[in-house]
Design a protein around this ligand. Sequence first.
Ligand SMILES: Nc1ncnc2c1ncn2[C@@H]1O[C@H](COP(=O)(O)OP(=O)(O)OP(=O)(O)O)[C@@H](O)[C@H]1O
Ligand SMILES: [Mg+2]
Length: 397
Amino acid sequence: MRIILYTGKGGVGKTTIAAATGIKLAALGYKTIVISLDVAHSLRDAFDNHEKLVHQHEEKQIQIKENLWIQEINVQEAIVEYWDDVYNYIRSLLNRSGLDNLVAEEIAVFPGMEEICALLYINQYVREKRYDVIILDCAPTGESLRFVSIPTTLEWYMDHIFKLERNLARVAGPVIERVSSVPIPKDNYFQNIQDLFDKLEGIDDVLADPKITTVRLVTNPEKIVIKETQRAFMYFCLYGLCIDAVIINRVFPDGVDAAYFEAWKQTQQHYIKEAVNYFSDVPIWKVNLFAEEIVGEQGLHRLADVLYAEIDPADRFSNASPYQFEKIADAYQLSMRLPFLSKEEIGLTKHGDELIVTVGNFKQHVALPRSLSNKKTTGAKLTGDRLVIKFQGEGDA
Ligand SMILES: Nc1ncnc2c1ncn2[C@@H]1O[C@H](COP(=O)(O)OP(=O)(O)OP(=O)(O)O)[C@@H](O)[C@H]1O
Ligand SMILES: [Mg+2]
């Protein structure tokens, strides 16, 4: 069982590469689904006028050919399936605040919901062992990061807020409802959240397990795109995901020697070299700019043949887990891979059994193993591309 995320800046070629990967895997005999997590879906378009897509399909997973399915997550549909009571409550809240029904319906799909819906489907497929490989065509980087951070955020919410809210609503709800027009959620709302949470259980471990889940960053050989790829690399590490390849797409091929493109070619070579330097411990695959748009099964086949000539896309090309807990002599340490950062950019707080690591607007709650939760942090150091945090407790000196 494998889950492979394809992500990167807008327009770099994520959807095309995810679709081509699906085609290759299906041809190798893996039962594969390509799921689009981008609200602006274009996965169907990548298959162009595929006969299976021309007729409007009712089912969520559309079979394209033997061993290959695609799915574009439809939030409204997923909400009906998984989320009815929560959604209805939020909608009624918005309704009372004077919004008409249609607007309330739209707004009730709050940020993060698409990602949660996608995680629900993925976890369901993982539990049912329905596919050998799940390919995720992710939204541009920022949203993909929200996607991978949701399991820990939810767990945090369930541990810290949920029980409190539920008890509060039970005890104080009837009183508040008498004096205010704000509806207090009924217990089925909480039950619904609890059920949802149960359905998501385990997905965080699945995403953090490099034997199952890896991320492939798609980029183009241009300054700003490569820069964003570096940030993305670091953030995925922060969330504990293993990156096992970087794909540089739209490289001008050698044959293109028209003088007009000469400067472009040189610029590209420069950034390819930089990328090879930056991402030295993961394989870098290059894909040329094709002479035409890559749409339809044939085009995707051609791309897959270039990208995966001799390799099986389901393999793992790096096993390195970004987090390592170790015992060295009599001290414990957590080492986190956080490349391309200076120590000023990192914030660290230990709170009971969790370590909160902040980089810019992103925050990760790292659950500490029980053996470390009662120990104090005695220092943190950024060495090379790793942040090493030491722990010691009474009696350990
Ligand atoms: N190597 C390539 N050669 C020629 N055309 C390409 C190549 N890679 C991608 N394209 C074309 O570029 C366009 C954008 O690609 P794609 O939709 O895969 O990007 P994306 O990263 O998914 O974009 P978005 O961020 O909007 O989801 C498509 O029309 C695709 O056919
Ligand atoms: Mg896309």
